[in-house]
Structures are given as structure tokens and as C-alpha cells.
Ligand binder design. Sequence first.
Ligand SMILES: Cc1cc2nc3c(=O)[nH]c(=O)nc-3n(C[C@H](O)[C@H](O)[C@H](O)COP(=O)(O)OP(=O)(O)OC[C@H]3O[C@@H](n4cnc5c(N)ncnc54)[C@H](O)[C@@H]3O)c2cc1C
Length: 556
Amino acid sequence: MSAVQSVSGKSPSATPETHDVVVVGAGFAGMYMLHRLRGLKMTARVFEQGDGVGGTWYWNRYPGARCDVESMQYSYSFSDELQQEWDWSERYAPQAEILKYANHVADRFDLRPDIQFNTRVDRCVFDEDTNRWSVTTSDGATVVAAFVVLATGCLSNARMPDIEGISGFKGKVYHTGNWPHEPVDFTGLRVGMIGTGSSAIQSVPVIAEQAKHLTVFQRTANFSIPARNAPLTAEEREIFRKNYPEVRRFAREEARNGIYTELPDRGALDDGDNDRRAKYEARWRHGGLTFMSVYNNLALDKTANDTAADFVREKIAEIVKDPDTVKLLQPNSHPIGTKRICIDTDYFVTFNRPNVTLVDIKSNPIEEVLPHAVRAGGKDVEIDALVLATGFDAMTGSVAKIDIRGRNGQTLNQKWAEGPKTYLGLMSAGFPNLFIVTGPGSPSVLSNMIVSIEQHVDWIADCAAYMRAHGFEAMEATKEAEDDWVAHVNEVAHTTLYPQANSWYMGANIPGKPRIFMPYIGGVGPYRQICNDVAAKGYEGFAMTGAEEARKVAAS
Ligand SMILES: Cc1cc2nc3c(=O)[nH]c(=O)nc-3n(C[C@H](O)[C@H](O)[C@H](O)COP(=O)(O)OP(=O)(O)OC[C@H]3O[C@@H](n4cnc5c(N)ncnc54)[C@H](O)[C@@H]3O)c2cc1C
């Protein structure tokens, strides 16, 4: 039940509600945005299509779902009281605990009164005469706002695979990114899972324990590092809490990926075989994403990258008993780290279980789903339930679902038909007063996302305050600044190995989606500095207009 009474039922001709800001989405980005706007005494309405806060952690309730950035770092830093008082139970908190945290934040900062749940934003239209957005929602209501902030999430649009026959399957079909709220019991069932990305890697070991049989349909093998998850002791929590000022500062300013960790000072080829192996072994034993920061050139130099990839491939061969399964599970199609690296608990060892089978759908593609089976390579695998771990239409999927119309009635989808174009990932030319949180062209999914979310939200809030203080009514990215930024994002990406992978960073998982490397790979520290410098120079690269100028432009 929404805390804000739905405005549905209002006659369309009634004067629309007016707010300073409409925020779309009540995940970590939308919640913090609301908090900051409140601090500025701006009126805001948040629309969220789900019936609760938490975004990712509201939707992704699949077995084994948890964060892969350590919880003491994958948490808000904006309130010291909050980070001092919240007790994370494990090194990587499970989904339910992260959702509880999101709800705690909503209550602690009294956010719910300004959030309207169960309401999707369908349409946003910019009125060039008034410099206002008209926002139409799924309940038929329209509200008017000076600013719209898209806090719609980078991984919030679950991707349904285009496989013939799925709708005729007689058992239950689940998508990891839109999991039921009630517990799902696979006891005694033969389960099929399509996909082997991060969500599959987390859920396979858990589902295998329960199901009678689990068949995993794999198109691309992925690199995964053990999480080494464990309960957090009070002492470990205390170390973080005492050091939070430095931990957070480092994550924001110095780390490339927003994670507090040692920065490597040498490349993989600077060490001899034995030393290198010992370092990889130590990181493998430590577990987690920092495996990729053993050396400073793993994302840049293929020969260096091969040493890390070979190490993980050897580990897979040590863990998995069946030689054919080993070959299938060893990733060979991309350099390590160029697809989102996965963090697991017992993923590879699960394939030693007698009730787990791996089917290679690269060489034997799925032909169709039958009422009681999946047919791949001419063979039918009988199943009672189907789990789709097929990921998301990442970064642009949720934005593309909204009919957004900027200057001259141009839609954002038209503008982004050849790939997303933004300045700093924050705004797109021709769409004034429309901000995106962790949009394409910003570090976003290559980082600890809460670090990136807080940076974007702070920048947007400061910018809105600046505009109000100076009497500006409209702001938008200039085309020149946007073109330069898009070129820079591409140039930096192509100095790395990342574009070599057919990854969702490139839009490669969505048929027909333009192949553009979407996130900014320059690192969260340098990126923050660029954004700060832009603001310090009076929002360089953005055009700002006041009421009078806007009237002149409209009249000419
Ligand atoms: C399984 C999983 C694990 C992850 N683990 C990590 C991790 O360990 N570390 C990390 O840094 N990141 C992780 N991420 C990325 C994660 O998405 C971000 O960390 C973060 O939660 C994003 O917050 P957000 O508010 O930007 O977006 P979201 O949490 O996706 O929230 C966006 C919200 O907007 C709503 N919405 C979208 N469109 C509309 C619309 N038109 N109208 C109304 N509402 C709308 C959605 O319903 C959603 O609730 C993970 C992602 C997944 C899927």
C-alpha cells in the first residue's frame, strides 16, 4: 500500500500537481535524490513502479542473491550516523538484508510520504514555452515539474530471451530479475536454468541443493572468483567504522572502481612466474572483486591479462572433476574482467554433483521450449520449472521504455537510436532539465554503484540549487560538449581490452542494440574531478537560460 495516496481518479482536465522535481525510481539513487532535494527545500514526487523501495534488491529475490561489493562499502556514506549504526551481518549481505537496509533508510529519513508506489512513469514531455516537464504516469495522472531525474537503474529491465515456445511451457517460468515475493520451492523438481551470468552463478549452487535435478544451459562461460563470504565480526565492523572517513574518501577519489583496496604499482609481466602465481593465489584465497587489482595492467595488456585468465582456468580444472565439463566451464571467449566478473560461493564445485548437468548451447543452441522440456541440439531435456537468468537490457533499457520528448518533440529513443549520447552521463542535448543518475557515459556499472550514485545525486542537487540561486530556468548539455564527451568515452574504452568482449557493457546481449561501450572507463576518481571542474567553471558545456532568455529563444 502506497504511503502517498494514488492520484488516480483525478479528472485529466484538473490542474496538474506541480513539483520542483519528479524522480523516477525508488532504488538507492531515487531515495538519496529525494533526501537531498528535501534538504534544499525543493518539492519532489518520486514514482516507483514496484510496491516498495530498494530497486535492484526489491526485484532480484532469487536464491543466493547478494552483493558482490563488500557490504561495509556497498552502503550509503552520506550519513555518518547511518553508517555507524547499521550492522551488516556478512561480508556480502544477502538480498533480504540489503532490502531491509533500504527500508530502514526510507523510514529513518521519512522518505515514504513523497514516494508514490505501484506507479510507472510512462511519458515525459518538455514544454519549451514554460520550461516544464509534463510527466504522465500509469494511473493516468499528469504532474508538472521543473526537473525530471531518471533514477531508473542500470540493471532494472529484465531481459526475456526470444525463445520459441516459452509461453507454452506447462511448468512455472521464473526470471531472476523479477523473482516472486513468496519463497519458491524446487524440492523434487527438475529445473532448467538458462544463462550463466552473475545471477546464475549465485543461484546455481543454492537451487542445486534443493532441486531433484538442475540442468544449466550455458552459451558463454564466465570467469568467477570465490567470494569467501563469511559472517562479519563486531571487530571487523569496528575497523571499518573507525576508518570510514579514509575508506570513503579513497573509494571516491582514488579508486578507479569506487572500492577501497590496495592500488597495484606494477604490471603482471614485471613479476616472474612464481611471484605472480603466489599473488594470484593470495587474492584467490582472499576472494572477491579485488582479484582484478593484483596488477595495474590486467585491463590493458592482453598478455598480462592472459596470466590471470590462465590462473582462473587452472583453478576451474582443479575444482571440477569431469574433463568435458571443465572445458565447457573454462572461459575462452573474452579477456578476464572484460565482462562483469562474477563472485561465487561454490559455483564450480556444484558441477561435481550428480544432480547437476551442464549443456553447451553455443554449439547446440536451444531450438524451442516444449510444454515439458527444453530442446537443444536436437535433444530434449525434461524439466518441471524454468529459470531465466538472462540478465538485463542494461543501462538504457528502463529509460527507453519511457516516452521522453525533448525539444522539437524529438524522443530520446530517436536520439539514441545509434547508441546513447550524453554529456558526462548526466544529461543529453535537446532534453533540458532532465538528469540521469549513473547514465551511459558515466562510470556507473564499472564501479561500486553506491559511490557513483551518491556522486551523481550530489552533483545534480548542487546544480539545481545553483540554478535556483542564479535564476536560471533551463539547463542542457550543449551538442559540442556532448560530442566531445562521447568521443572521449569511446577513446578511453578503446585503450583497454573491454571492447573485445561481447558484453552487456557493449549492448551485445540484446539483438539489434547498437554496439557502443556504454560506461565511462576512466575511473570514478578522475571522473568526479571532471564533474567538479565543470561545475566550478559555471557548468561548462551546459547552456543555462533564465526566464527572459528562454522567452527570446522561443520567440525567435
Ligand atoms: C543481482 C544484482 C546484484 C548487484 N550487486 C551489486 C553490487 O554488489 N555492487 C554494486 O555496486 N552494484 C550491484 N548491482 C547494481 C545495482 O543495480 C546498483 O548497485 C544499485 O542498486 C542501483 O540503484 P538504482 O537506484 O540506480 O537503480 P535500481 O535499484 O535498479 O532502482 C531503479 C528503480 O526504478 C524503478 N523504475 C524504473 N523505470 C521506472 C518507471 N518508468 N516508472 C517508475 N519506476 C521505474 C524500478 O522499478 C526500480 O525500482 C547489482 C545488480 C543486480 C541486478
